[in-house]
Design a protein around this ligand. Sequence first.
Ligand SMILES: [Zn+2]
Ligand SMILES: [Zn+2]
Length: 460
Amino acid sequence: MPGVDTRTHAGTRLLLGTSLLAACAAGPERASLAETAAPTRSASTVAASPLARAIDAHIDAGKERLVGWRRHFHEHPELGNREFETAKFVAARLTEMGLEPRTGVARTGVVAVIEGGRPGRVVALRADMDALPVKEEVDLPFASKATGTFEGKTVPVMHACGHDAHTAMLLSAAEALVAVRAELPGQVVLLFQPAEESVPIEEQPAGAELMVREGVLDDLQVDAIFGLHVFAGVETGRIALKPGPLLAAADRFEIVVKGRQTHGSKPWAGVDPIMVASEIVGALQTIVSRTQDIVKEPVVVTVGQFESGVRNNIIPDTARLVGTIRTFDDAMRADVHARVEQLAQGIAASHGATATVRIEQGYPVTSNDAGLAAAMRPTLERVAPGRVFDATKITGAEDFSFYARKVPGLFVLLGITPAVQLKTADSNHSPRFYLDEAALPVGAKALANLAADWLAANPR
Ligand SMILES: [Zn+2]
Ligand SMILES: [Zn+2]
């Protein structure tokens, strides 16, 4: 779209404009996920292959190590693009496993390849390593006391989104896959990516987008990719999946209405930008309610900031609105963007004001490959018998989308809340975000088995 700011401001702006819940999967949506999701009755038990049994046995045997790694990451969280120690730790563990990790990928990412003993295709597993500027309030012996720098300020840092668990689970999966590598038909690419949550504007693009731009999928000829996200409010060890769009595209918009300043007692002598902007706020909701096929896909338009004026008796010159747009379809996304601009400018013009609209594209929609979701469901059912259920759409966003746009991808959700805490659990990104470590082996098995089963089912 002409005049629209491009990708360079994506992640950071999302966070600034719409609170820290904006940029990743977890958030207030968990309630709907937990409430509407019904367990799938899986009549057929999928028999585990000798390879799957070996993988699971290795992960079970390494459970303590897995928990230890997660606690280490939890106690030493680092913000996006600053995962220096995390990356070193990851690389050291991979080296101990006999792998040859490449570091400095997309700044602080780590990539390693497990070469199977038999020929085959290439599957990737992804974990994110970054933490958030959140002050931990959970009473744990390994609670974070770390600080970092975010946009020039010293901030507390916490793994409040569970990326510590993602990283530890992928290490555990790697260990098991290395142990059975002789039997693996193909290669498993391990992607430990930085900066899923946010980085300063000048560091954009980052995270998955930069990993893809740097060519990790192309260079290693990745055929398919899997990832998972831990999710508070869903019972420990349950796995949710969904074909098609799972997580929204999240785009930031900013509208600056310019009127003409005047005395508050004489509105007729100026153009009131507060009144014009108010009309725009209300009218923006008609984009959702009157122009989008919400039976096809949901749309959210939210104004999160409304700034104007300094004094009771001055009608100011300008008003500024900042908000977020969530969509699940590329065409609807483009249409909503165009309508936001058209509507704001039209309303402003009708009052003799002007509106400047800037839309910054954030993460695109995270869409699961339908064939992959169907094909891999039995694997997940085997890993979590009777505990796999259908996920609903989530209006949060995830940069896993950048991989899934390049190659067929499947992103699943893993419950991490003990049953007794389901009603009271604090969401991801909360300072009270709590992760039940009993979920860790389930997640590690899910990752490792998704890779192994996919390779076995898709020979070259
Ligand atoms: Zn997050
Ligand atoms: Zn996250």
